[in-house]
Write a protein that binds this ligand. Structure first.
Ligand code: S3P
Ligand code: PEP
Length: 447
C-alpha cells in the first residue's frame, strides 16, 4: 500500500449542500464486458457486444485479444438501442486463429491477468504478460499452476516469484485440459478463468476448488451464465453437482449479440449519495435479474437506511435522512466494501464488515487503505482478521489517498459529499472502470 508519487493533483470532492435528486446513466459492467470479450474471441463465429464498458480494464482486454489476432471493430449501431450518449455503440468481435508472439499489458486488471493466460495457452506462439507493479503482487498462482497441470508450458522464471507476473505462456495451439484442483480462496477469478476457456480445451475442464471459502460466488455464477448463453455445457454445484466442482464440456461457442448491463458496483457511489444526503437517485436500465454482485446494494443500502424501487425507469434509491451502521458478511460482494465502509463512517451507529480478508490482495490492501484514510479524516476504523470495525466519529476535511484504487477514489468522494474539505488524490484512477466518474458526479450534483 504505497502512495503513488506520480499523481499529486488533488480533486476537491464536491460537498452536497442538500438532498441530491438525479438520474445517473452508469456505464457498462467491467465484469460482463471482459467475460463477453473473451467468450466472443473464443467463439467459432463473429459476435456483437453492445454498450461495452470502455475503461482501462476493458481496453486492456480488447488490446490483448487484438494482439493475439482477434478482430475487434468499433461500430456505431443503427439499432434503436443507440442512445444520444453513444451508449448504442458496439464492438464487433471477429475470432481468428489465436497466435503469438504477442505482449499483453494487464495493467492492474484482475480479469485480464487471470482470464487471459488460459486463452494464451490456446494460441500458437509465445504470449508475454506484464503489468503495473501491483500486478506482480496479486495472486495468479492458481491459474498458472492449473494451466501447467492441464498441459501448458509457462516460463515464469524471468523476474518475479513463481506463478506471478511477469511471465510468458508458450501457447501450443491447443491445450489438453481435463481435471484440475486449485485453491481459489484468494480470488474467484481463478475459477472463472479456467471455466471461460474450458470449452476450447481438448477434454474441456473440471475445476475442483480445494481451499477455504471461495469469495465472490456471484462472479462465478456470472461466468457460468455467460458460458451457457454462448452454448457451453457447464455442470455446477448449484445444479445438484458436487460442492466446489465445475465441469465444462468441450465444444464450439456461438457468436452472440449481447447488450452489456450497467455496472451495478459502479452505481454504488451514486446510490450512496442518495442514502447519505436523504435524496433520490435513479439508475436507468437496472436489470430485473442479474448475476452482478452490485445488485446486493438494494438490500444492503436499504438496511443502512432508505428504500428502493425497481420500475421501468430503472432503480430509484431514496434516502430516509438517517444512515445506520450494519453488521454484514461481504464475502460474496467484496468489491462493494470500500463504498459500504465510506457510508458506514457517516452512520449513526457502528458497523462490522466481515468475510473480506482477500481484499488485502486487491488493487491495494483495501482494508489497510480504508482504515488509514478514514482515520486520517478523524474516523475510528480498526482492521479485523477478515474485515473492518467502523465506529462513526465526526470527520473533518483532508487529503484522501487512493493507492491507484478506483474504489478508494469513489469511497473518498462519498465521504466528501458529507464532509467539507475532502480532497481526493489521483481521482483519475477511477479510469480503471469508470473514466467519467468526476463528470458523472458533478452532473448528479447539478454542477
Ligand atoms: O470475476 C470478476 O469479474 C471479479 C471477481 C471478483 O474478484 P475476487 O474474487 O478476486 O475478489 C471481484 O472482486 C472483481 O472486482 C471482479
Ligand atoms: C477487485 C477489483 O478488480 P479486479 O478485476 O482488478 O480484481 C474491483 O474492481 O474491485
Amino acid at each position: 500500500m504505497t502512495v503513488n508519487p506520480t499523481h499529486t493533483a488533488l480533486w476537491p470532492a464536491p460537498h452536497a449542500s442538500g438532498a441530491v435528486a438525479a438520474t445517473v446513466h452508469v456505464p457498462g459492467s467491467k465484469s460482463v464486458t471482459n467475460r463477453a470479450l473473451v467468450l466472443a474471441a473464443l467463439a467459432h463465429e463473429p459476435g456483437w457486444l453492445r454498450r461495452p464498458l470502455r475503461s482501462r480494464d476493458t481496453l486492456l482486454m480488447a488490446a490483448a485479444l487484438r494482439a493475439m489476432g482477434v478482430g475487434i471493430e468499433e461500430t456505431v449501431s443503427s439499432s434503436s438501442a443507440a442512445g444520444q450518449d453513444g451508449s448504442g455503440e458496439a464492438w464487433r468481435v471477429i475470432p481468428s486463429g489465436l497466435r503469438g508472439p504477442a505482449t499483453v499489458d494487464v495493467g492492474n486488471a484482475g480479469t485480464v491477468m487471470r482470464f487471459l493466460p488460459p486463452v494464451a495457452a490456446l494460441a500458437d506462439g509465445p504470449i508475454r504478460f506484464d503489468g503495473d507493479p501491483r500486478s506482480y503482487e496479486r495472486p495468479l498462482h492458481g491459474v498458472i499452476d492449473a494451466l501447467r497441470a492441464l498441459g501448458a508450458r509457462i516460463d515464469d522464471s524471468s523476474l518475479g516469484s513463481p506463478g506471478a507476473l511477469p511471465l510468458t505462456v508458450h501457447g501450443g495451439g491447443a491445450l489438453e485440459g481435463g481435471r484440475v484442483e486449485i485453491d481459489a480462496s484468494s480470488s474467484s477469478q481463478f475459477v472463472s478463468a479456467l471455466l471461460l476457456s474450458g470449452p476450447r480445451f481438448n477434454q474441456g475442464v473440471e475445476v475442483r476448488h480445494v481451499g477455504s471459502a471461495l469469495p465472490s460466488m456471484p462472479h462465478i455464477r456470472m461466468t457460468v451464465a455467460m458460458l451457457r448463453a454462448v452454448g457451453a455445457q457447464v455442470d455446477t454445484p448449484e445444479a445438484g453437482g458436487e460442492p466446489n466442482v465445475w465441469r465444462v464440456t468441450p465444444g464450439a461457442l456461438l457468436g452472440r449479440d449481447l447488450t452489456v448491463e450497467p455496472d451495478l458496483s459502479n452505481a454504488q457511489p451514486f446510490l450512496a449519495a442518495a442514502l447519505i444526503t436523504g435524496g433520490r437517485v435513479t439508475v436507468p436500465d437496472w436489470p430485473a435479474r442479474t448475476t452482478q454482485p452490485g445488485d446486493a446494494l438494494r438490500r444492503i443500502f436499504t438496511e443502512m437506511g432508505g428504500s428502493c424501487e425497481l420500475t421501468e425507469q430503472g432503480l430509484t434509491f431514496t434516502g430516509s435522512g438517517s444512515v445506520h451502521g450494519i453488521d454484514v458478511d461481504l464475502s460474496e460482494v467484496g468489491e462493494l466494501t470500500p463504498g459500504i465502509a465510506a457510508v458506514a463512517a457517516l452512520a449513526d451507529s457502528p458497523s462490522t464488515l466481515r468475510g473480506v480478508a482477500h481484499l488485502r490482495l486487491h488493487e491495494t490492501d483495501r482494508l489497510a487503505a480504508l482504515t488509514k484514510e478514514i482515520n486520517e479524516l478523524g474516523g475510528d476504523v480498526t482492521e479485523t482478521a477478515d474485515g473492518l470495525h467502523i465506529r462513526p466519529r465526526p470527520l473533518h476535511g483532508g487529503v484522501f489517498h487512493t493507492y491507484d484504487d478506483h474504489r478508494m477514489a469513489t469511497a473518498g468522494a462519498i465521504i466528501g459529499l458529507a464532509v467539507p474539505g475532502v480532497q481526493i488524490e489521483n481521482v483519475e484512477t477511477t479510469a480503471k472502470t469508470l473514466p467519467d466518474f468526476p463528470e458523472l458526479w458533478a452532473g448528479m450534483l447539478g454542477n
